[in-house]
Design a protein around this ligand. Structure first.
Ligand code: MN
Length: 735
């Protein structure tokens, strides 16, 4: 097979007709040609040639690979959707059917990705992305044929573009051609890339090869004659010919093995093609019986094919007269076709007259399952089939989705992964600070399942308090899960230590404030009440104190047994009346002064949650001392008799008060994240949150219980919450 340069449409069709005979297939291809010619009418390539010349070359390459009629048609049509106005996939589908339009669509999509960043692991990911996006082997063939002609005409582009495209070709396209075993395309792509990436070296190698060319041809021809003499004495069908290595592979060997040009062993190369497998080994035997093989250079890819299905016997022998070294490849015609055209040979379109449907079906399935395996494959092919299977296994179960950063870096993730997995794969800190994400420029929920080809942008906020425990359920990659777990565990430990310290300090402060003896809070004494207050351990107790799950007042009451907290209502009222003149000004624990009373429990009412700055009144409750309510609390509206005047202390210690808010808003993604961000910015802690989308599916009601310092602090928070996008109203509530 040789892929001819610059063929005419007549030559191309001749190539097509060499293996496609049915009139309906030929008609389809001709229709595609006519359609493309008309669609691209007036367009010229950078080379100045009419655009259709490019399409003819692409289709001709596909025909040289003996692709099926639809693929050849897709070759003609592959640039119509991208480059021609008014031609959509729908138009192609209508004219040529869904199969061809799907192929054209995939080719267009892949064409829109620039495979940048040339680190090896990235190139590997790019290849995977490419293959995964193609979905269909025929799309890859069209893309390779397209790239081949673009590389052949690369000199018409700017030098920077030349380099970029050449790098992309060398790192992504050529390895894919290699993986598919299409050595002719692979070799040409490599040599063309080499020429643009390293013009100096390319010229050097080319020169060296030229200088030695006539010598080499002579040596090869002599060797061929010698071998023919041997083989002709046996009854074996064969053909033998010399072959030349392409420039890039010579250069690679010089660099990789650090050898000078003269030392590259297999410059002299001979190939023998025969009819059967048995004859391959037989020929090998005759050659080894005559020439000394170089140890370690014999490879049996017939018994153990390469991952790309390549089969051949390789041996390197020394010719005794001049001491020249030859690499000899021995293979069957079938193996040779696969070596040249690779998987395309398996795909070869055959117009069969009377093949049974089931057989055809089975063949298609074999091809498809082969392709599935292929598309899962990652690392460079391995000579060891076991290792190859391992790689395959690993990939089937691991990396399956390939997404891009906005800068075009490919991130490989397990299928089902979310933007959170993506964020953690970029960087752990990015993961921790994630507050949202866009996929293909649209904002999406963080549990969105990513698809191959998605461009993902992660939104972060440095004030983010870190990953939410819910994320563990959302993420798919072990990597992200581990990072989130580690973060949460660490945070919990730090938080807990802080809380224990805070709880202890709060008790000490309270005892000091009440001018009571420090003895009261000896650990022994406290241990006695821990269980009564239904805490498991001492540490749990302190955490409870810090979290205000238990009031300081009740702790002190329990610790200070001298004090009686039992007092009925009548007694309270009497007390109020009796002590009305004494004007005690000592603030109680909650920061409220109850004139004349400092021996009974005073606490803030849960219903209206008053905070400093609110107008308040004391309510003498039944058996629970004085409850402080906001003056406008509906719960005390009809209880005038039991109310007493109370005041906020002037110099309040830094203390937090809890209030209830309701945020009414239009529903949208990340609303809660934004609300939480505002709260964090205002140094507020969220005690409780309950957010739900209302029945109308359009609006959201979010109930918050937050801690604030005072009324002023609360006003600032409310004002900022109202600024959050889509928030309609924020109200403080009583319940
Ligand atoms: Mn093209």
């Amino acid at each position: 097979m040789a892929i001819k340069q610059e063929v005419t449409i007549e030559e191309c069709m001749e190539n097509v007709r060499s293996y496609i005979k049915r009139p309906e297939n030929l008609e389809l291809i001709e229709k595609a040609y006519k359609f493309a010619e008309k669609a691209h009418e007036g367009q010229v390539r950078k080379s100045g040639q009419p655009y259709v010349v490019h399409l003819i070359q692409v289709a001709n390459t596909l025909a040289s690979l003996h692709c099926d009629p639809k693929t050849v048609a897709a070759g003609f049509l592959h640039d119509t959707v991208e480059d021609c106005e008014g031609i959509s996939e729908a138009v192609i589908a209508k004219e040529f059917g869904k199969e061809i339009s799907t192929m054209v669509e995939a080719v267009t999509k892949i064409g829109n990705i620039q495979f940048k960043d040339e680190k090896e692991y990235q190139a590997n990911n790019h290849r995977k992305l490419f293959i995964a996006m193609a979905k269909d082997i025929r799309v890859i063939l069209v893309k390779l044929a397209d790239r081949l002609h673009n590389m052949r005409t690369l000199q018409y582009l700017s030098p920077e573009k030349e380099k970029r495209i050449a790098m992309e070709t060398l790192n992504v396209y050529a390895p894919i051609a290699h993986r598919l075993g299409i050595s002719e395309i692979k070799n040409e792509l490599e040599d063309l890339s080499f020429k643009y990436i390293n013009p100096k070296k390319y010229a050097e190698v080319k020169d060296l090869v030229r200088q030695k060319e006539s010598d080499r041809i002579e040596q090869v021809n002599m060797m061929i004659e010698d071998i023919q003499v041997i083989l002709d004495s046996y009854n074996i069908d064969y053909r033998i010919f010399g072959r030349s290595k392409h420039f890039y592979s010579i250069y690679k060997k010089m660099v990789k093995k650090n050898k000078r040009f003269e030392e590259i062993l297999d410059l002299l190369a001979i190939r023998i093609v025969t009819d059967t497998k048995a004859h391959c080994y037989e020929i090998l035997g005759y050659i080894h019986a005559t020439y000394r093989p170089i140890p370690g250079r014999f490879k049996d890819y017939v018994a153990m094919p390469k991952a790309n299905m390549y089969q051949s016997l390789h041996t390197t022998i020394v010719e005794p007269t001049h001491g020249n070294i030859f690499e000899v490849q021995i293979r069957t015609e079938d193996m040779d076709a696969i070596a040249e055209r690779g998987v395309a040979a398996h795909w070869t379109y055959k117009e069969k007259g009377s093949v049974r449907r089931e057989i055809e079906q089975k063949e298609i399935e074999d091809k498809l399952s082969w392709f599935r395996d292929f598309s899962m494959m990652t690392d460079e092919e391995s000579d060891d089939p076991l290792e190859y299977m391992n790689v395959l296994q690993k990939d089937i179960f691991e990396a399956n989705v390939y997404c891009l950063t906005p800068l075009g870096k490919v991130i490989a993730l397990p299928s089902g992964s979310t933007p959170i997995d993506f964020a953690y794969r970029i960087h752990t800190e990015i993961g921790h600070k994630t507050i949202g994400a866009t996929v293909n420029r649209a904002i999406v929920p963080l549990n969105t399942e990513l698809k191959t080809g998605d461009v993902v942008d992660i939104l972060t906020n440095n004030n983010s308090s870190g990953p939410s425990p819910d994320w563990i359920k959302i993420v798919k990659s072990g990597h992200a899960r581990n990072k989130i777990r580690a973060f949460l565990q660490h945070k919990e430990q730090v938080d807990r230590k802080d809380l224990i310290k805070t709880g202890k300090q709060m008790l000490v402060d309270e005892i000091n404030r009440l001018k009571l003896s420090q003895d009261l809070i000896q650990e022994k004494r406290i241990e006695n009440i821990v269980h009564n207050l239904s805490f498991k351990t001492l540490d749990d107790f302190y955490v409870g104190v810090a979290n205000k799950r238990v009031s300081l007042q009740s702790i002190v009451d329990r610790l200070d047994t001298r004090k009686s907290s039992q007092m009925d209502d009548e007694a309270v009222i009497k007390l109020v009346n009796k002590n009305n003149e004494t004007r005690s000004v000592r603030a109680t624990a909650c920061g409220v002064i109850v004139p004349g009373i400092d021996t009974i429990a005073v606490s803030l009412a849960n219903c209206c949650s008053p905070i400093p700055g609110d107008s308040i009144e004391g309510y003498i409750s039944k058996g629970q001392g004085v409850k402080v309510h906001r003056s406008d609390c509906p719960n005390i509206a009809n209880e005038k008799k039991r109310l007493i005047p109370v005041f906020w202390a002037d110099d309040l210690e830094e203390k937090l008060y809890e209030v209830n808010l309701i945020v009414y808003s239009d529903d949208r993604n990340y609303l809660l994240t934004d609300i939480v961000t505002v709260l964090q910015q205002q140094n507020t802690s969220l005690r409780h949150v309950d957010s739900k989308v209302n029945d109308d599916n359009l609006t959201t009601t979010t109930k918050l219980r937050i801690s604030v310092k005072n009324g002023q602090h609360l006003q600032v928070i409310i004002a900022n919450l109202k600024k959050v996008r889509s928030v309609v109203e924020v109200v403080r509530v009583t319940h």
